[in-house]
Design a protein around this ligand. Sequence first.
Ligand SMILES: Nc1ncnc2c1ncn2[C@@H]1O[C@H](COP(=O)(O)OP(=O)(O)OP(=O)(O)O)[C@@H](O)[C@H]1O
Ligand SMILES: [Mg+2]
Length: 184
Amino acid sequence: MKELSLHILDLVENSINAHAKLVTITVIEDLSNNLLKIIIEDDGKGMDKSFLRVADNPFITTRKTRNVGLGLSLMKAAALRTDGDLYIKSKKGKGTKVVAIFKHNHIDRAPLGNMGSTISTLLNREENIDYLYIHQLNNKQFEFDTREIRKLLGEVKLNTPEVILWTQEYINDNIRKLSKLCKQ
Ligand SMILES: Nc1ncnc2c1ncn2[C@@H]1O[C@H](COP(=O)(O)OP(=O)(O)OP(=O)(O)O)[C@@H](O)[C@H]1O
Ligand SMILES: [Mg+2]
C-alpha cells in the first residue's frame, strides 16, 4: 500500500508540469464524519472539458515518454478501496482542483505518510513555485505558506539545506501538536 503522501507528490507533479505558480495542498481529517480528504489545487494550465472526462483513465496522458498516465488513476483507486472517491474540477487556462476522499478508519486506507518530508521535497525541486499546505484535524488547523516564509527569508532561498530541514521539522511538529490539541 503506497502512503498517501506519495500520491500527493504525484499529483503535485502534475501541477508542476501544468506550469502552476501556486499549489495548495489541503489535508482534512474529519474524525466525527470518519473522513480524510486530500485537496490539491493549482493555477496551472488546466484541462478542457473533453479531456477532463477521461483524465483519470490510466490510458490517457499527455506525456511524450509513455502512453499510460497513472497519477490520477492510482490515487482514485486508493480512494475507491476505502469506499471513497476522487473528483477533478478544471478550467482550461485557469487551473485544476483534485479532491480525493477516503474513509478515515477503513482497513484499506493507506497511512498519510510523512507530510513534512513531502513538502520539503517539493521545496527542494522547484524554486519558483509557491506552496500553501493546510492541515485540518477536526476543528483545529495549521497552515504553512511559502509566500510568507520567502518574506521572512529575504535573500535566502527556500531550497537551502537549512530551510528544507527546518520546513520538514516545522510541519511534522505542528501536525503532532494538532493531534495533541484534539486529544485534550
Ligand atoms: N493539475 C493538472 N493540470 C493540468 N493537466 C493535468 C493535471 N493533472 C493531470 N493532468 C492531465 O491529465 C493527464 C493524466 O494525469 P496522470 O497523473 O494520471 O498521468 P500522467 O501525469 O500523464 O503520467 P504519470 O502520472 O504516470 O507520470 C496528464 O497527462 C495531464 O495531461
Ligand atoms: Mg501524473
